[in-house]
Each structure stands twice: as C-alpha cells, then as structure tokens.
Design a binder for this molecule. Sequence first.
Ligand code: GLN
Length: 310
Amino acid sequence: MPDIATIVREIAEEMAAAPDRGQVATYIPPLAAVSPRRFGMAVIEADGTAHLAGDAEAPFSIQSVSKVFALTLALGKVGDQLWQRVGREPSGSAFNSIVQLETESGIPRNPFINAGAIVVADMLLAGHAPREAIGEILRFVRALAGDDTIFIDEAVARAEQETGYRNAALANYMHAFGNLAHPIERTLGVYFHQCALAMSCRQLALAGRYLMARGRNPDTGFSIVSPQRARRINALMMTCGHYDGSGEFAYRVGLPGKSGVGGGILAVAPGKASIAVWSPGLNERGNSLLGTLALERLVQRTGWSVFDPG
Ligand code: GLN
C-alpha cells in the first residue's frame, strides 16, 4: 500500500479533475454562493499524524455534521433517557421528511434526521437560555478540536431561521405530540445555530477523534464518552448518518459517517483515523458527491473498513 500522505494527495488531485461535481445547496444564499470547485480533505491518524489536501484549512458550514456533536452532548446530559424521545432506526426518508412522525407519535426515527436533531436541541436547551445552549455546543466542539477559532456563522444561522419553514413544521408537529419541552422558536434557535458552525476539514477531523479512539480525546487523554457510547454513536452514524443514502454509503465506504448539506462528511475508521472531506456539490440525497467518492477511494486504497479488521 502506498503511504497515506500519497493516497490523500492523489485523491485530491483526482477530485480537482472530476467533471461531475453535483449540485450546491441553494436553499440559503450563503450556501448557494459557495463554489462547487472547492474540495478539501483531512485524515488524522490514531498517532496524530495529519494529512491535509486541497482546501483542508478553509472553514465551511458543517450543517448536519453538527448533529453528531449535539447528540454526544445530549447523551452526556440526559443519558439513555434520550431514547424515550428519539428512535435509533434508519428512516429511509429524506433528511427533512415529516411523514413518519404522524404514525410514530411524534418520535423521530433517529437523531440524525432533522426531526431527531430538533428533539436533541430541545434537550440541550433544558435549564438554559438558547444563548447558553449554543455556547455549550460551541465550547464542546472547540475543546474536541483544541481550537478556539471555530465559530458560528451568524449570517448562515439567520438565513436558516428566515427560510426554515419545514423545520418549523417538524417542530410544531412534534410539539403537538408533547415531544418538545420548549417554545419552538427557542429550540429552533439552538438547532439553526449548531447547523451554522463553520469548521475546516482539519478542525472537523480533529473534533471527531474521540470516535476513533474509544471515546478519548487523544490530546488530553480525557474520556469524552465511554468506549461503549463511542461504538454506539458510530453505529448510528453508519446506519443513519446519510439519511436515505445510508445503505449506499455503508456499501461504498464501510465506515461510520455523517454528512451535511454544506458538503462536509465526517467519517471514522475506528482505531485508525478520523477523516473529514468537503466538496459542496451534493448528490440527489443531499450528501456530498465528491466527498463520498473521495472516501470510497480512500478506503479502497487503505483497506479501512469496519467490516474487516485489516
Ligand atoms: N440546516 C439544514 C436543515 O435544517 C441541515 C440539513 C442537512 O445538513 N442535511 O435543513
């Protein structure tokens, strides 16, 4: 096997030449304005060796990748009681779908579809003002990455708020079933701000290291979550992290991964590496087209897979 530095560099070169780059999200102007030419990749190995390529240092809107960090925080706060209000099954539906909520009593299928993430945001709000809950998420992500320059893009958060009719519909509907504890404006305020986290591939891969390292932050040695909880979050990423494209992602990449509509993907090779890719053009399921292709090539060339001890 060629060394990982070479593999990452070659994949970035291949992606720069890719003719089909997918469609950039257009539902808010700050995302619509991003060039589909951008591509970044960061691979951080278990020993801390970092391989960066392309736009790996450029901050982008992590959007739904933030649902991993919000879930981790909420599990720390409420423990397994969380599962009374959110399921753990893949939905097979679009990320912003409302259909299953009607027959499933306002309990979202999983924490990574929008409905589930809104319930998780509602849990993070308990006992806090929205500003404090948002601050808690930002502090957590900064601590995970060891980087205090990570920020929330207020223009993105505002645009999410202004156009978030579907998310408001999901929140209202779940509130009607008694599955939200706060006024929807407050819960959505937290959700929209977490979606507006801006991070680079390097920062995102650093923040995801606890998921490849049995729950520990390799910088400090401190436990972020137990090894069992890290495994379980990885299981949810594998089964639900790409919405109705999760089966396809598991088939092609074979690693836990979480996508965002900004074109980012965080993927975890347990014991081996934390990986972030960014390419803003999306496939028809709302997942990064080239990001997925880059990860597929990475695992083909490294042999990384949770289905093979390697
Ligand atoms: N902010 C987006 C939304 O709520 C996040 C969706 C995503 O990244 N898939 O619609």
